[in-house]
Design a binder for this molecule. Structure first.
Ligand SMILES: Cc1cc2nc3c(=O)[nH]c(=O)nc-3n(C[C@H](O)[C@H](O)[C@H](O)COP(=O)(O)O)c2cc1C
Length: 192
């Protein structure tokens, strides 16, 4: 089983990277092969809205940047782990740029361009500074629904309270996140 992680935080050693890597560690312990992509290492341009991926030869996104390496990795993966810090109550700008670019490959059910295909497992994990787990729940639910519309089988997790100390210092969190990764390998499918 191959699992691809994407960290949409500019901080390579930050909370989000730690959480994504800990989930992947748990998956590796169960025999999965994993790889991690960090937004900060990559050249990913914003979608230009040219619709080149949907017209003409339909060979995918026309932009020549690092998404050309990531698309095949996503395609060959059995499951994805996508992590973003919460910025101003939403996913980071980096995360949004990445997600917009997925529109050339994945199929929003609101779009007439794509055929349906089997759902791919996706763990979405947000880290937030505020310790109140309910404060941004409406946004998290909205985001989960958006990924479901893209055709993913989504499991959403939040790590809260990072303003009080780094995620890796939260008691018990390492074991919980490793378990999330382990279940990705052992469970038949995530809840939709
Ligand atoms: C620009 C910016 C905006 C933020 N907005 C929020 C927010 O709206 N709510 C919140 O709880 N935390 C907010 N935070 C805190 C981050 O979500 C939190 O520190 C997160 O764990 C950072 O992840 P990282 O270590 O991977 O960068 C914000 C941080 C930054 C830099």
């Amino acid at each position: 089983m191959k699992i691809v992680g994407f960290v949409a935080s500019p901080r390579k050693a930050g909370n989000t990277a730690w959480v994504v890597n800990t989930i992947l560690e748990g998956a590796r312990e169960r025999g999965a092969e994993t790889e991690t992509w960090h937004y900060g290492d990559l050249d990913i341009k914003p979608c230009q809205g040219c619709l080149g991926c949907k017209t003409g030869k339909k060979t995918g996104c026309v932009l020549a940047d690092d998404m050309r390496k990531i698309f095949p990795a996503l395609e060959s993966a059995n499951a994805l782990v996508f992590g973003s810090p919460l910025y101003m109550g939403q996913m980071s700008g980096q995360a949004k740029i990445f997600v917009d670019r997925l529109s050339s490959q994945f199929m929003p059910r609101f779009s007439p361009f794509y055929k349906e295909q089997a759902a791919k497992k996706l763990i979405v994990v947000f880290t937030q500074g505020n310790p109140d787990a309910g404060m941004f729940r409406a946004y998290y639910e909205y985001t989960k629904n958006m990924f479901q519309l893209l055709g993913f089988a989504v499991d959403l997790h939040t790590v809260v309270g990072t303003r009080n100390g780094p995620a890796h210092e939260q008691e018990g969190l390492c074991a919980v996140m490793r378990q999330v990764g382990a279940l990705l390998v052992t469970e038949e499918s995530c809840p939709r």
